[in-house]
Design a protein around this ligand. Structure first.
Ligand code: NAD
Ligand code: MG
Length: 386
């Protein structure tokens, strides 16, 4: 039986992961499940999957969770330290699907425990890519990408040498406002930004898709995961979201990965790697699809893409600052404090101010340094008036 843990079990990726476990229950033993405020979901999942431990990130909700589970022998804990401790418990496979930089320490602890880390939490790679990949190497553990584009690249690279790669093309749906005139973007509401045309995902990543911060993060994610030069990483708008990524090789050949817009595929690939298991999801019918369209992703329209280029070129703590500032800018947009286009302005001002102060030069290879840069970026992003 394969032992697994899911960090961020109550979210969109976490629930999709549990759906795969549900379809083949006898093959898995669930060690830890974690969530935040959705206690009802955690209780349902504990009753169904019987983990050894369940943790809510919110300490105020510990007693509510404990009281709902008095009839089980599941250990109940709360707080970020308890999540970090649960991530250190030995398992074969861990899903890292907490949203935001709260996923960083659990991911690191799982790697230190020698576990295979299925990584959906792209924020931890943006903030701390060099630390995560060095930790995986040091503890002989592995990171399997779950983001659909990176799972696609990972699959297209099977049996290939990274030195033969000429370019990596990551597709972008264009998000909720792909066809809106630029002038209308200033008036976008959080409600409107929460509707993704193709994928069903958590609230934050859906808004990040509309602003292209999600794609900006994915470019950095590709650089860190595949150790590839930033100049070789491209993005194009592909409204159908059926070609997830394309890898171009030095002999002119290209490998594209295609599939339905269903995260079960990428999660299942990471769960079964290096094998494949039959999965009941939609099969593409090309005669019905008719055409695949590709358009330039304009950096003028999407400043997040321009910022990610700068972050990739500069390295150091630029990624940690980008992520921290973006998380606060996104909070401020969701609460109505700033407008849709102002998120990128806040992030850019934070990066420039921290750069001017000389705060971004150190390497992202030490947790404390990364967390300090993250905290400074958050503080500044909360203060900037736009
Ligand atoms: P979600 O909002 O649906 O779920 C987030 C999970 O994180 C929940 O379980 C929540 O309880 C937990 N969480 C939130 N704040 C926390 C905190 N401070 N401490 C501990 N746990 C906390 O998000 P999602 O869409 O499932 O995305 C999860 C991650 O996967 C993100 O990093 C996202 O970028 C990435 N991702 C998601 C998709 C997708 O299809 N949803 C695709 C690719 C990558
Ligand atoms: Mg993606």
């Amino acid at each position: 039986m394969k032992q697994i843990s899911i960090f961020g079990a109550s979210g969109s990726i976490g629930q999709n992961t549990l759906e795969l476990i549900r379809r083949d229950k006898a093959a898995y033993e669930v060690v830890a499940l974690t969530g935040d405020q959705n206690i009802a979901q955690l209780v349902r999942d504990v009753n169904e999957f019987r983990p050894q431990i369940v943790v809510t990130a919110d300490e105020k909700l510990r007693s509510e969770l404990g009281e709902a589970l008095t009839n089980t022998d599941c250990e109940v804990a709360a707080g970020s330290e308890a999540i970090a401790e649960a991530a250190s418990r030995p398992t074969d496979w861990v899903m890292s699907s907490i949203v935001g930089s709260a996923g960083l320490v659990p991911g690191l602890n799982a790697l230190r425990a020698g576990t295979t880390l299925a990584l959906a939490n792209k924020e931890s790679l943006v903030a701390a890519g060099p630390l995560l990949t060095a930790t995986a190497e040091q503890f002989n553990s592995s990171i399997i990408p779950v983001d659909s584009e990176h799972s696609a690249i990972f699959q297209a690279l099977m049996g290939e040498k990274i030195s033969s790669v000429e370019r990596i093309i990551i597709t972008a749906s264009g998000g909720a406002f792909r066809d809106w005139p630029q002038a209308d973007l200033a008036r976008v509401t959080p409600q409107q930004a929460q509707n993704h045309p193709n994928w069903s995902m958590g609230q934050r990543i859906t808004i990040d898709s509309a602003s292209m911060f999600n794609k900006a993060f994915e470019l950095i994610e590709a650089k860190e995961l595949f150790k590839i030069d930033e100049k070789k990483i491209e993005t194009v708008i592909h409204p159908e979201s059926l070609v997830h990524a394309i890898v171009g090789f030095c002999d002119g050949g290209m490998m594209a990965h295609l599939g339905p817009t269903d995260m079960l595929h990428a999660i299942g690939y990471a769960l079964n790697y290096p094998n494949r298991k039959r999965l009941d999801i939609e099969r593409l019918d090309f005669t019905k699809i008719g055409q695949f369209r590709f358009f330039e992703a304009n950096e003028q329209r999407y400043p997040a893409l321009r910022l990610s280029r700068e972050v990739m070129r500069k390295g150091g703590l630029w990624g940690a600052a980008l992520n921290g500032a973006k998380e606060v800018a996104l909070d401020r947009f969701i609460t109505g404090d700033i407008g849709f286009l102002e998120m990128a302005i806040v992030v850019e001002v934070v990066l420039n101010e921290m750069d001017r102060a000389g705060d971004l030069g150190l390497a992202a290879d030490c947790l404390d340094t990364i967390l300090n840069a993250d905290a400074s970026a958050r503080r500044l992003a909360g203060l900037i008036n736009v």
